[in-house]
Design a protein around this ligand. Structure first.
Ligand SMILES: [Zn+2]
Length: 384
């Protein structure tokens, strides 16, 4: 291993963080276009305030809501809607699903052809030839960090898999992270999205592609998620919501510029085959992936120092050992009553199919240690 440090770091052009920052969306939008396609999740009434302020700024808007995690046809329908209404700007306000849908629509509406021309794995994977429409991402959950990533995850029900539309041009022009938008989030969604955020800090920090900038982001945010996730679920206040919003943002910045690991390697095929929310799947897998990764590192005589540091960041105890960190995560997952994977209809008979697909997932390749089929089966069995 050489001692050279090399990395690339890219993110949204502007990031606005803080309670009340939603107010800056419409004035910024007015400098970028005249007619906004506003992409939301199923609760489109949440966009009311934004729609009013767009109107005040003299912009036209067309609302387009996407129920659940977006499919390729959802992206196509949104693209047609944007073209028909001659929208020249896309704003997504919602959870990771709405943001990924908006990101895909912004890219597809300015590029010719079909989504499959550009999709990885199941499509031709062609690069985009045109810049996407200007895109503003405004998350209303604290979980995915999709407001600062360059890919949109789309499900293909036909292929029973989730794939990415990915290009550096797809990085949002503006990411507005306003913790106020998460104040009313119910406890169960706070828990699963928050555990996704925590996973998206632990996996980049322990993965093979970690770099000094992503490390700094993870070191800052893991303790925030650790102190505030359970409180944000049980007894939320502005401080815990702010911590989780920042943890989610840092997780997105970290994963987009380093990598992930086996939790996300599994989450892609599981989310493609079963109706299971991404955050809930990650939450169910996280402690078991950590467990088996740690064993595999020891077996292969690889360094455990990242797991030691993770344990110290999580527990606040400067003498904690890797097992303490795993135990801390297990206790949290139990306290937040995260159901196992069998809750989504997954059973042992599905393991070979899931494992075969997980092996080809890009996240699996950055896992800190390579895992064989027996170890991968062990993770699924423990997470069931
Ligand atoms: Zn995730």
């Amino acid at each position: 291993m050489s001692g050279r440090t090399e990395f690339e770091f890219a993110t949204a052009t502007r990031i606005l963080f803080g309670a009340g920052k939603l107010a800056e969306a419409a004035p910024a939008a007015a400098t970028m276009g005249k007619h906004a396609l506003v992409v939301t999740g199923s609760a489109s009434d949440r966009a009311q305030k934004l729609l009013e302020s767009l109107k005040q700024e003299g912009l036209k808007s067309t609302i387009h809501s996407v129920a659940g995690e977006p499919t390729i046809s959802d992206a196509q329908a949104g693209t047609e809607c944007a073209r028909k209404n001659e929208c020249d700007l896309v704003i997504a306000l919602g959870g990771g699903s709405a943001i990924d849908a908006g990101k895909a629509i912004a890219a597809l509406c300015s590029n010719p052809g079909q989504p499959l021309d550009y999709l990885e794995v199941i499509g031709n994977g062609q690069p985009l030839t045109q810049s996407p429409a200007p895109f503003i991402a405004i998350p209303t959950t604290a979980g995915t960090g999709a407001e600062v990533t360059r890919n949109a995850v789309l499900a293909s029900p036909e292929h029973r898999v989730k794939v990415s539309l990915r290009h550096s041009l797809m990085l949002p022009k503006i990411a507005i992270v306003d913790p106020e938008l998460t104040y009313e989030l119910p406890a169960d969604i706070t828990a699963t999205t928050g555990l996704d955020a925590l996973t998206q800090l632990i996996e980049p920090f322990t993965c093979t592609r970690a770099n000094p900038m992503t490390d700094a982001l993870c070191r800052e945010a893991i303790p925030r998620a650790a102190r505030s996730l359970q409180r944000a679920c049980e007894n939320p206040n502005p401080a815990t919501r702010e911590d989780m919003a920042l943890a989610s943002l840092h997780g997105g910045l970290a994963l987009a510029n380093s990598g992930l690991g086996a939790v996300h390697g599994f989450a892609a095929p599981i989310g493609g085959i079963f109706e299971a929310p991404h955050g809930a799947v990650c939450a169910a897998l996280l402690p078991h992936v950590m467990d088996i990764n740690l064993n595999a590192l020891a077996e292969q005589n690889l360094k455990e120092d990242r797991y030691t540091e993770t344990a110290r960041l999580l527990t606040g105890n400067s003498h904690a050992c890797p097992q303490d960190g795993i135990q801390w995560v297990k206790t949290l997952v139990a306290a937040l009553k995260i159901p196992g994977l069998s809750n989504y209809g997954i059973s042992k008979g599905d393991f070979p199919d899931i494992i075969e697909k997980a092996r080809t997932a890009s996240s699996m390749k950055a896992n800190p240690v390579s895992l064989d089929d027996a170890q991968l089966t062990g993770i699924l069995q423990a997470a069931l």
